[in-house]
Ligand binder design. Structure first.
Ligand SMILES: [Zn+2]
Length: 508
């Protein structure tokens, strides 16, 4: 049989420090693992990988990355850890490594304290569950056990539930309303939005291009398919940059979905944001339209020639402030993107933000905006008034446009008549009044631009209103919304988030 290339993996987290669990210290883990290997293997090479002070909730740990790199290169065929939690605290990730990745790579995985060794253990994730639960009692807080429970719920309920309107590119399956299918004609538009972005187009430019070339808007697709009937408020329905941004940021296009974000009161029907552990996050819920690497490339703004800061990062970047030291929080990408206070490494303050889940923050803020808009009945009134005002102005501009068009026609007619009279010998000289025509044409052009801008503002307002209606499962937080409503957000931890609203939306 082949010689074992064994990796022992050791992790010490901050939590271990707190609880002063000597059994988890690096030295103790090392002794335990080396002894285990010596007792159970005879012919092997031993490598050690160690992460000191890293959380197990993601795989962004240098030791872990180094080890997985060697696994990928087939230089390791056995991994030994003290317990599952050393390797990963994310149940889904752990499950996928144990069930799929390691067997595929031919890697044996041994968790000493959980009596789990993948070679003599032909179990499924359900069997691991027993060990994993035992482990929880020993090591983890209630919080984590809830997370695990919700992860299990994800597995159980995968693909079982979809509500609300389908975003552009998808439609509900005719025979199973709970499944999402790709609507190919719409998906084509989604793909174009992503590829144009990769080519360096900004969302404003894409919206402009689509309006110019009359690409169907999401609502127009719905109307064409008989799913809704609505009248455009301007000339026609228009693309706006915020629609484009929402599409570019929506994880639904890589097959992920977050559900059960809201609960509706039985009485009154008011929506509430559920605690994060009750959310149903499903990865690979449906067929993706966009490849994951392209989606990530767009999120990171790589490959953008111009205006890279526009899509370059999470919309919340720059708005979040550490409740302890008041410095801006930093965004960390990865399997579970999060925000953290970088300052805590240098200032030694204990209460700086360590890890606040980015998806949770985003949904929390979105919900707070939705809730605020709903609570301020006054505000809704203001928005309605604003829409009416835009309506009125657009109408007025269009009347002016008609007048100008009439004037141009008359001027041209006059020019023509003057020429006719000259040609017939009725007048001696002929001088066309082109300057006048040009100036009216210029005026008309400016007017058309104003109409376009106002229509775009109108569409944006309608988009916002859709996106911000409470209970919209597919709503995505946009940078524009944030800038419009929120000054800054002070984060203490996931339970303590303070939003500072912009003064102008505060209704006295
Ligand atoms: Zn801080």
């Amino acid at each position: 049989m082949e010689r074992y290339q064994i990796a022992i993996y050791i992790r010490l987290s901050k939590e271990d420090d707190k609880f002063k669990e000597e059994s988890n210290s690096i030295t103790m883990q090392r002794i335990l693992l080396q002894r285990y290997v010596a007792e159970n293997f005879s012919d092997y090479d031993l490598l050690e990988f160690c992460d000191d002070g890293y959380t197990g909730t993601n795989f962004e740990r240098p030791g872990m990355q180094e080890m997985l790199e060697l696994v990928r290169d087939s230089k390791i065929n056995c991994i030994v850890v003290k317990d599952f939690s050393r390797f990963a605290r994310d149940y889904i990730e752990l499950g996928s490594y144990l069930e799929q990745i390691f067997p595929f790579m031919g890697v044996r995985f041994i968790s000493v304290n959980d009596n789990y060794g993948s070679k003599n253990y032909q179990g499924s994730i359900a069997d691991i569950d027993v060990n994993f639960k035992n482990l929880l009692y020993d090591l983890y807080s209630k919080d984590l056990s809830q997370k695990v429970r919700s992860s299990l719920a994800v597995r159980k309920e995968k693909g079982q539930y979809v509500s609300g309107n389908c975003p552009l590119g998808y439609e509900k399956a005719p025979e199973d309303r709970h499944a999402l299918l790709i609507a190919e004609d719409e998906a084509e538009v989604v793909r174009r939005i992503f590829s144009l972005t990769v080519e360096g187009y900004t969302s404003v430019e894409i919206a402009r291009l689509f309006n110019k070339t009359q690409v169907k808007t999401p609502i127009e697709f719905k109307i064409a398919k008989g799913k809704t009937s609505r009248e455009p408020k301007g000339d026609r329905f228009m693309w706006s940059s915020s629609t484009i941004c929402q599409i570019l940021r929506n994880e639904i296009y890589i097959g992920n979905i977050v559900q059960k974000k809201y609960t509706k009161d039985f009485v009154g029907g008011k929506n509430h944001l559920n605690p994060r552990e009750d959310w149903l996050v499903t990865y690979n819920h449906h067929e993706p339209i966009i490849e994951k690497h392209i989606f990530e490339q767009v999120q990171e703004g790589r490959g953008l020639k111009r205006n890279p800061q526009y899509h370059s990062t999470h919309p919340l970047v720059g708005k979040l402030i550490c409740g302890c030291c008041k410095k801006n929080l930093r965004y960390r990408r990865g399997l579970n993107p999060y925000f953290t206070c970088h300052n805590r490494y240098s200032n030694m303050l204990e209460n700086c933000v360590e890890n606040v889940n980015a998806m949770f923050l985003e949904q929390y803020v979105l919900f707070m905006i939705q809730d605020k808009l709903q609570a301020d009945g006054e505000l809704e009134k203001l928005r309605t008034e604003e829409i009416q005002r835009l309506d009125g102005e657009i109408k007025e501009l269009k009347e002016r446009r008609q007048l100008l068009n009439g004037r141009i026609q008359r001027l041209k007619q006059q020019n023509f008549e003057a020429y006719q009279n000259y040609a017939l010998g009725k007048t001696d000289g002929f001088q066309a009044d082109n300057i006048m025509v040009k100036s009216v044409e210029k005026e008309l052009e400016d007017l058309n631009e104003t109409v376009r801008q106002m229509e775009a503002a109108y569409v944006k307002m309608e988009c916002d209103r859709d996106a911000l209606s409470v209970g919209n499962e597919f709503a995505v937080l946009s940078k524009e919304m944030l800038d419009h409503y929120i000054e800054k957000i002070i984060v203490y931890d996931e339970q303590n988030i303070e939003i500072c609203w912009k003064e102008k939306i505060r209704v006295a």
